[in-house]
Design a binder for this molecule. Structure first.
Ligand code: NAP
Length: 474
C-alpha cells in the first residue's frame, strides 16, 4: 500500500517496462474497437493481442501470510495485488474475453483471506488433470467469477461465439468427460468455479473462459451492471426456483436470510416474481428499505430485534428460535414458512430447521458463519422436513437466470462501483458486511455508464435497475 491507502502496482511476470507499454497500447486498441459501433467481427479478430494484461492476483508464496489471524481479522487489501501477467494460451473450446467490468463475490473474500483453504490447492489439483489444465497451476491466481465484456478470440471447436460479441460469463467450469455430469452438469466430478477453483478469472482486463460459460450480455445494462448478477443470480435461481433446488411454488412463504445481500436480493426478487411471499431478514433499516423497494412487505430487522440464537459458542437457545418463529407468524398472519433460503450457516441453521413448516424445505448453499451446523433433528424428522444442498447452477439454469435479467424481469442489485485498483477495498467492504446487494468493478471500461445497447428497455426499468443505488427512506 502507498500512503494514500492505494494498492501499489507490482509487475509480477513481465519485468520490462517496454513490454508493459506495448501491452497498454494493444489494450487501448481493443478498448477503441469495443467503443466504436462500426467494429466488425473481422476487426476484432485482426486486433493484435497484448503480451500481458493487468489482473487482480493472489501470490502462492503469500498463502500463509494470515496464519494465526482469525478469518474475520484478515484484510483482503494486503493479499490482493494488481499487476501485469502474461496472456494465457487459448485452448480447445475456450474463449479469450476483453473484460469491461467484473464484480466482487463472497468467493473473492474467501480466496483473498486464504480461508477455509488456499485456492492454490485447487489450482495444483486442477493442474494435474491434463497439459491444458496445467496452465492454471501458476504461482499467482487471477481471481474473480463474473464478467461482462467482448469476445476477442475463440479456440478450436468454438462455433457459437465470434470475436466482437458482447457477453457475460457464468462461472461453471466442467470437463464433462464422465457420465455423471450429463444429466445435471453441476454433478460433473470435475466441476469447478471459474476464477475461484480455476485461474484467469474476471477481475482483470482479460479473462480465459470455456466458451460454454458465455451468455449474451443483457443489452439494456451498462457493463458494470451486467457484470454483477452472474454468480449470485444463477445460484439463487437454482437454489430457490429450479427443481434441483427448492422448486418454489406460487403462494409459498419463503424466509430469506440476508435478503438485501448478494444472494438474498435475487432470492427476494425470485420469490416476488414467482408469486411467493418473501419474509426478508436483514440487519439494518437501510437494508429493510431496500427489501421494501424490491416489493417485499414482510421484513425482519434481526439487529433491531436482537435475536441471539447461541447462548455461547456451544449452546443454542431454542427460546430465541421460538421468539423468531413467533415474529414470522405475526407477519404472515399465523403461517410458517414453506422454504428457508439458507446461507449464513452455523449461526442460523438451528433456527431455520426449527421454524420451517411441517413438510417444508431448508435449502442451503453456504455457511458464512461456520460450516459445522447443529440442529435439533426431532424438528426435522418428526415434521418431515427436507434439507437440500445447492451449489451454483448448471449451464441451463445460469442461462435461464440471465435470460430473466435480459428481459427486465429480474434486475441488478449494484450499489457501488470500484476501479480495478480498489478491488482489495471492495473485497474488504463485502467481508465486513458494509455493502448492499452487489458491488461492481470497472476493468477496461474507462468509466461507469457505458455499454447500453437497448435504451428503450433501460428507460422502462431504470428505477428498478437503480434501486440499490438510490438513498432509501427507512
Ligand atoms: N454455493 C454457491 O454456489 C454460492 C454462491 C454464492 C454465494 N455463496 C456463499 O453464500 C454466502 C453469502 O453470499 P452473498 O454473496 O449473499 O454474501 P453477502 O452479499 O455478504 O450477503 C450475505 C448476507 O447474509 C447475512 N448474514 C451474514 N452473516 C449472517 C449471520 N451470521 N446471521 C444472519 N445473517 C447473516 C447478511 O445480511 P444482514 O446483515 O442484512 O442480515 C449479509 O449481507 C457466502 O458464504 C458465499 O460464499 C455460495
Amino acid at each position: 500500500m502507498n500512503d494514500d491507502g492505494h494498492r501499489v502496482i507490482r509487475p509480477y511476470m513481465l519485468a520490462f517496462a517496454g513490454l508493459q507499454r506495448k501491452a497498454a497500447v494493444a489494450m487501448q486498441a481493443i478498448l477503441d474497437a469495443i467503443q466504436d459501433p462500426g467494429s466488425s467481427a473481422g476487426d476484432f479478430a485482426a486486433l493484435p493481442l497484448p503480451e500481458g494484461y493487468r489482473a487482480v492476483t493472489l501470490h502462492r508464496d503469500e498463502e500463509h501470510m494470515f496464519d494465526g489471524l482469525e478469518p474475520g481479522d484478515r484484510d483482503p487489501r494486503t493479499s490482493l495485488h494488481l499487476e501485469e501477467v502474461p496472456v494465457p494460451e487459448l485452448g480447445l473450446g475456450e474463449a479469450l474475453i476483453a473484460v469491461m467490468a467484473s464484480s466482487v463475490n463472497y468467493n473473492t473474500v474467501w480466496s483473498s483471506i486464504f480461508s477455509p483453504v488456499s485456492t492454490f490447492a485447487f489450482l495444483r489439483r486442477y493442474g494435474r488433470l491434463s497439459p491444458l489444465t496445467a496452465r492454471h497451476d501458476l504461482p499467482y491466481h487471477v481471481v474473480g467469477s463474473d464478467l461482462a465484456g467482448v469476445v476477442l478470440r475463440t479456440g478450436p471447436g468454438v462455433t457459437a461465439w465470434k470475436p466482437g460479441e458482447e457477453v457475460v460469463a457464468h462461472c461453471l467450469s466442467v470437463e464433462l468427460e464422465s457420465a455423471d455430469g450429463h444429466n445435471d452438469t453441476m454433478l460433473d466430478p470435475e466441476q469447478r468455479i471459474w476464477g475461484y477453483e480455476t485461474n484467469f478469472g474476471g477481475l482483470a482486463e482479460l479473462a480465459l473462459v470455456k466458451a460454454n460459460q458465455l451468455m449474451p450480455k443483457p443489452k439494456h445494462l451498462t457493463w458494470e451492471e451486467a457484470a454483477t448478477p452472474g454468480l449470485v443470480n444463477s445460484t439463487a435461481f437454482r437454489q430457490l426456483v429450479s427443481d434441483n433446488g427448492a422448486s418454489m411454488k406460487q403462494g409459498q412463504n419463503v424466509l430469506v436470510w440476508g435478503a438485501s445481500g448478494g444472494l438474498g436480493a435475487y432470492a427476494t426478487q425470485y420469490a416476488l416474481a414467482g408469486g411467493a411471499i418473501p419474509v426478508c431478514v436483514v440487519s439494518s433499516e437501510r437494508k429493510a428499505g431496500l427489501c421494501r423497494a424490491m416489493g417485499a412487505e414482510l421484513v425482519i430487522n434481526r439487529a433491531a430485534e436482537g435475536y441471539k440464537f447461541w447462548k455461547d459458542e456451544k449452546t443454542q437457545d431454542p427460546k430465541e428460535w421460538k421468539r423468531f418463529g413467533a415474529r414470522i407468524r405475526e407477519l404472515t398472519g399465523g403461517e410458517d414458512v414453506d422454504i428457508v433460503f439458507e446461507h449464513p450457516g452455523r449461526d442460523t441453521f438451528g433456527a431455520s430447521v426449527y421454524l420451517t413448516r411441517k413438510g417444508g424445505t431448508i435449502v442451503t448453499c453456504a455457511s458464512t458463519s461456520g460450516f459445522m451446523h447443529e440442529y435439533d433433528n426431532r424438528y426435522l424428522w418428526m415434521s418431515l422436513k427436507k434439507i437440500i444442498g445447492s451449489h451454483f447452477a448448471n449451464y441451463r439454469e445460469a442461462w435461464q437466470a440471465n435470460r430473466l435479467i435480459a428481459k427486465g424481469k429480474i434486475h441488478p442489485t449494484m450499489s457501488a462501483v470500484y476501479p480495478l485498483e480498489q478491488t482489495g477495498q471492495a473485497a474488504l467492504d463485502v467481508h465486513r458486511n458494509r455493502h448492499h446487494g452487489k458491488v461492481g468493478v470497472l476493468c477496461l471500461a474507462p468509466r461507469e455508464g457505458l455499454g447500453v445497447r437497448a435504451p428503450e428497455l433501460r428507460a422502462e426499468h431504470l428505477a428498478k435497475i437503480n434501486r440499490f443505488r438510490e438513498p432509501v427512506a427507512a
